[in-house]
Design a protein around this ligand. Structure first.
Ligand SMILES: [Zn+2]
Length: 279
């Protein structure tokens, strides 16, 4: 676009679809940092606010929700702020409840409507097929994400679509040694989730589990691995080493262990079926 003899280049728009506050930083911090560095417009939409993300009964519900929301805002600010003091990562909330994210047509079309409205160029969401995090919300959000894209008019889909948390990544973004500190810094914003040692483990495990795919492509350097979204069912079957690794994760749902999701959301006056559009 040319305005007053100045060529205006449209910034690419990137959208992360995250089940919980912390997933963006746990799996995609480097991607987010690189996008911001290149001047992209970055958004994260969060399905829940971790309402059952603690074993401590007194903290469940609105108390932990408040803590995790404030940590998510800190994480968004940790990526940087614009000249007006606004975070460079814009947050949006689906307002579902941790452990209770639905996977149905209503939730798929609600997410699809949001994606079409925001119109991102690049989109990233959880891999619900060959995964390394089998949390019930990751499965539901991953399936909603996949079907929201699959049932979209192909001409309206984002130009690039990726899965995070995949055991068979085929797209790699190197983490430069000079960026390792920043990757750790943004993770630290979620301080009620992880201490420094746990952050180091978190930096190690995904890349360790993705090692066979990396070596296959001859990539030795440290990087984040993503899988390009495909709508061919055969592409969603584990293969090679991933077939063995996936046995540790398949059909072992996390986040719904006995007593974890009790007392029920009504006890905390939390609604599991939020009305209205995602904003
Ligand atoms: Zn999560």
């Amino acid at each position: 676009m040319i305005k007053n003899n100045i060529i205006l280049v449209k910034k690419p728009k990137l959208l992360f679809i995250n089940p919980h506050p912390d997933d963006g930083e746990a799996f995609c911090a480097n991607f987010c940092i690189q996008a911001i560095r290149f001047g992209w417009e970055v958004h994260q939409v969060l399905a829940t606010c971790d309402e059952y993300g603690t074993p401590i009964a007194e903290f469940k519900g609105k108390r932990i929700q408040q803590i995790r929301r404030s940590e998510m805002l800190k994480a968004a600010n940790a990526y940087g702020k614009d000249l007006n003091g606004n975070s460079l990562v814009k947050l949006h909330w689906m307002n579902y409840i941790d452990g209770y994210v639905p996977h149905n047509k209503k939730a798929i079309f609600r997410l699809q409507k949001f994606i079409l409205k925001l119109n991102p160029d690049v989109i990233i969401g959880p891999d619900p097929f060959i995964y390394m995090d089998g949390h019930v919300d990751h499965m539901a959000v991953g399936k909603n994400y996949y079907f929201a894209l699959k049932w979209m008019n192909p001409t309206q889909r984002p130009k690039k679509m990726f899965f995070f948390q995949s055991l068979i990544p085929d797209y790699f973004i190197p983490i430069k040694s000079s960026d390792k500190k920043e990757v750790k810094y943004v993770k630290k914003a979620h301080k009620s989730q992880w201490n420094s040692f746990e952050i180091d483990l978190l930096n190690f495990f995904p890349s360790f589990l993705q090692l066979p795919s990396r070596l296959k492509k001859g990539i030795l350097e440290k990087c984040e691995g993503y899988r390009i979204v495909s709508f061919n069912n055969d592409d969603h079957l584990p293969r090679g080493f991933a077939k063995i690794i996936f046995k540790f994760f398949k059909d072992k749902p996390i986040g719904c262990e006995e007593g974890r999701l009790l007392p029920k959301p009504e006890h905390f006056e939390l609604k599991t079926d939020p009305e209205g559009e995602i904003i």
